[in-house]
Design a protein around this ligand. Structure first.
Ligand code: AMP
Length: 311
């Protein structure tokens, strides 16, 4: 079994009401890999500049992640993103997106990455996602993420790649923007008509919702008194969600399996936001993940005895 991911490998500058970091390891593929590595051997695909230091490689290799397909571009600069969060962390503004080495990146996957059982197309320019999708012909489950920037500037390419995946994971507002539908229900079902069998709407601090053709499931976010930095929460969720699928190679990928996967995505994402960037998930233990999944089940369990109602 193995899990390939393409997406940004980055340095981030982030400011939240609780502090800031000038330059920390980030990127959608990085956050995804850190979470998914709890479930399977992960192979990130993407370029970095020669400013990508050994400490960053060491973090990326947490829990056995294989970095053979991380291409170091001599003289190049690593993707850089800068964002600032509003006082209640509900909104964030992107101040800088420097694609740098991603601008001229042409993915050439090793055989091991091409043979992946499960593929995640993390957030990056959709043509790159499609290129990687087409190289991974054996994947039994392919999921993807994106963001408003690509909806705005690469809409056609984005729709094309969505048509080739099994599951789209996107923020609720982005789903509505992409489909031009007024409700999440309509937006999700519009996406289902484009090809994917499942849509996960990320609802930020409210949790996540799963839509399949005839079913629906939702989980609230794990209740936290303090959130320090939400950067990468979506990718960490995806790492737990997709990783859980990867860890069940013999099971049919149906609504039931994906619902259980949501619990792992939710638990992992809750740890990610407790500290800046990758800081918390780097030292997270399997026991801590299991504890929060167990907590989530207890907190959300609803067993209702039928009661006779009056007319
Ligand atoms: P999230 O908070 O889940 O949306 O992910 C945040 C991560 O996405 C950061 O670590 C950034 O490096 C990365 N990121 C921000 N903008 C982009 C973009 N346009 N393409 C790819 N990755 C991005």
């Amino acid at each position: 079994m193995s899990l390939t991911v393409v997406g940004s490998l980055a340095y981030d500058a982030v400011k939240t009401p609780f502090g800031e970091r000038e330059r920390m390891l980030g990127g959608a593929a990085t956050h995804f890999a850190l979470a998914a590595s709890f479930f399977d051997e992960v192979r990130p695909v993407g370029p970095v500049g020669d400013d990508f230091d050994e400490a960053s490689f060491a973090t990326l290799r947490t829990r056995g992640t294989v970095t053979d397909d991380v291409e170091v571009v001599a003289g190049g600069k690593t993707f850089f993103w800068k964002g600032v969060y509003s006082s209640n962390l509900n909104e964030r503004e992107t101040l800088v997106t420097d694609l740098n080495v991603f601008e001229s990146f042409s993915p050439k996957l090793s055989q091991a990455s091409q043979d992946a059982d499960v593929l995640f197309l993390a957030n990056i320019q959709p043509d790159l996602q499609l290129d990687v999708r087409q190289q991974c012909t054996k994947a039994r489950f392919v999921a993807m993420d994106s963001m408003n920037l690509w909806i705005d500037i690469a809409n056609e390419s984005l729709k094309k790649v969505i048509g080739t995946v099994d599951c789209l994971i996107l923020n609720d507002e982005e789903l509505e923007q992409l489909t031009e539908k007024p409700t999440l229900q309509q937006a999700a079902h519009e996406i289902l008509s484009w090809g994917p069998k499942a849509v996960v709407a990320k609802l930020g601090k409210y949790g996540a919702a799963l839509f399949t053709a005839d079913d629906f499931f939702a989980l609230p976010a794990y209740p936290l008194a303090e959130v320090i930095d939400p950067t990468g929460a979506g990718d960490t969720f995806a790492g737990g969600f997709v990783g859980y699928v990867a860890a069940h190679p013999e099971e049919e990928i149906d609504h039931q399996l994906l619902s259980r996967a949501m619990a792992y995505g939710t638990a992992l994402a809750s740890y990610n936001v407790e500290e800046f960037g990758t800081e918390r998930v780097e030292r997270l233990t399997a026991d801590e993940v299991q504890a929060r999944v167990a907590d989530l089940q207890r907190m959300t369990a609803f067993t209702v005895d039928p009661v006779a109602l009056r007319a």
